[in-house]
Design a protein around this ligand. Structure first.
Ligand code: SAH
Length: 228
């Protein structure tokens, strides 16, 4: 099955960008996912092909016009794929949402620019706003690529060893334990003895303890309060 992505953007030449390399690049060649970019400007109708206008009520910057963006969205067949809008106001992306999205047939992803997009098109086209974190990018394209990268790596058959996906940070609600590899001694520091003991039960226990410690220290927000 192919995860079909349709990207609405003013900068289609930014794609596939880094997604054309490495794991996601090979997956694209194999057809595990596909990419269709739609130039929003192609749906402008005025002489200047304008896609933005000044904010109603005044203020800085420009806003993506709803009529132009709606025509661009309507040019993509409504086949049940989720319609997402990259937006700092959206629900922050999580690994569990990534897994849900990866289980769908694909996604239609709108990349914002300027101050954002007219609220009416968000409402009328049922766009789900997705944020990749609490900071502001200059456009939705890098955010869309990050979202796609996270989705592609969990598609069936993309990752060489499916095991390596399930032990990752966030997959079990914890940050991952620290990693070590050869050489045995690096700048006078040894690999923790338990990891070279060959005792798999002990190794698993150590890793879980380390993961819990690290999560409590760095991301206490990830640890669910025990409900009585
Ligand atoms: N004025 C807006 C920010 C606009 S940034 C505000 O204060 O909320 C321009 C575009 O970049 C947005 O429309 C969105 O598509 C994208 N973008 C910026 N930051 C993002 C983030 N953290 N997550 C997802 N998309 C983001």
């Amino acid at each position: 099955m192919t995860f079909r992505s349709s990207i609405l953007t003013l900068y289609p030449e930014m794609f596939p960008g880094f997604l054309g390399e490495s794991l996601s690049g090979k997956a694209l060649e194999r057809g595990d996912w596909s990419l269709d970019t739609i130039q929003i400007r192609d749906f402008a109708t005025d002489r200047h092909r304008s896609v933005d206008d000044t904010p109603a009520g005044g203020g800085a910057g420009m806003v993506l016009r709803p009529d132009v963006l709606a025509r661009a969205i309507d040019s993509v067949a409504d086949d049940g794929r989720p319609r997402l809008l990259m937006s700092p106001r959206g629900r922050p992306l999580t690994q569990s949402r990534v897994r849900e999205l990866a289980a769908a047939d694909g996604a239609v992803i709108v990349c914002g620019r300027f101050e954002g997009v007219d609220q009416r098109v968000i409402d009328s086209r049922g766009l789900e706003e997705v944020s990749i974190g609490d900071y502001i990018l200059s456009g939705g394209e890098p955010a869309a690529m990050i979202l796609l990268d996270a989705i592609i790596r969990v598609l069936p058959g993309v990752m060489g060893n499916p095991e390596s996906g399930t032990h990752e940070s966030f997959e079990n609600g914890l940050l991952e334990h620290p990693h070590f590899t050869r050489p045995q001694v690096f700048e006078d520091m040894q690999i923790p003895a338990v990891l070279t003991s060959g005792n798999h039960a002990k190794i698993e226990k150590w890793r879980l303890e380390e993961a819990r410690k690290l999560t409590a220290e760095r991301r206490p927000d990830l640890i669910q309060p025990v409900t009585k």
